[in-house]
Design a protein around this ligand. Sequence first.
Ligand code: PMP
Length: 355
Amino acid sequence: MTKPWFKNLRQIEPYVPGEQSKNENIIKLNANENPYPPSPQVMQALREIRPENLSLYPNSNAQKLVDAIAQYHGVKSSQVFVGNGSDDVIALSFMAFFNSDKPILFPDITYSFYPVWCRLFNIPYETPKVDDNFKIIPSDYYKPNGGVIFPNPNAPTGIGEGKEFIKDILNHNPDSIVIVDEAYVDFGCYSSIELLKEYDNLLVVQTFSKSRSMAGMRIGAAIGNEELIGVLNAVKNSYNSYTLDSVAIECGSAAVNDDEYFKSTLLKISSTRDRVSDIFKKMGFTVYPSQSNFIFVTKNDISAKALFEYLKSKNIFIRYFNLPRIDNHLRITIGTDEQMDTLIKETENYLNGLK
Ligand code: PMP
């Protein structure tokens, strides 16, 4: 017999992140993590943590980290909000800004967490189709809406857009909050931060998980006008005051202050990405132009799922999405040159085996 309280249980289909394996010997190219370690200054900050101080609550607005990020971007500290990864920042932004009866808009092919938050928070949404080359069509975002969100560069395609594109969306949406999710922006894409001076309805979200090699520490940030940041803080403080722990505050600040290491890591990843993209093209794959730390590929005479499974059997994990329009595509995170050479060798072996 069904229990009487069953009807009160929330039924929800959650977001599914890239698989984590217990096997430490895998080549993990399925979650867009950075193959290089965090800055040596982060290691130093960790060594300087005094464990006895963990008995105290952290500063609830993570002021030290907020100040470091503000200084880095040349904005006021009151324009910066931080959270427990950018997933936390985006989820809080959905709660804070998407309260209209009109649907919010995001592309049909994009970060698959957005529809999950919409369902969790009962936010109506529409998903205009990207074109056949997976590019977002700006005019689809000209209609009345309850808000707009898209990643730049987009995920899982890696395709980035420039200043004119972002301005066009903003110019057509003066009545909505427009969130640009810049999770992968540092790998060579245009950042909308400079547009904050012109548009008070823009919120830019970034993360330390990718370009700063700190996915395990969970740090994300939103940068916007003071009013939006004030509302985000009010929502956060109505839900969980201490989203960032004191270790993350110290290590995050140390990471922001080491620009030299940051830039050298980015350079390594983008040059590996460009090299690997060329090799995949030579192997007959379509490779979408990527401004991120992953590539999105397809080859119409092979099954993406079968290649994904073959690589998994060789302990190489990449990402396959069983979703409409992209179910014969693969997303491959850029690892070290050595990891990518193993991936290339195994992909060649697979293709040769089909001949
Ligand atoms: N936005 C996009 C587009 C992403 O791909 C991810 C990573 N899954 C995130 C946000 C969230 O990353 P994190 O919570 O680690 O900051």
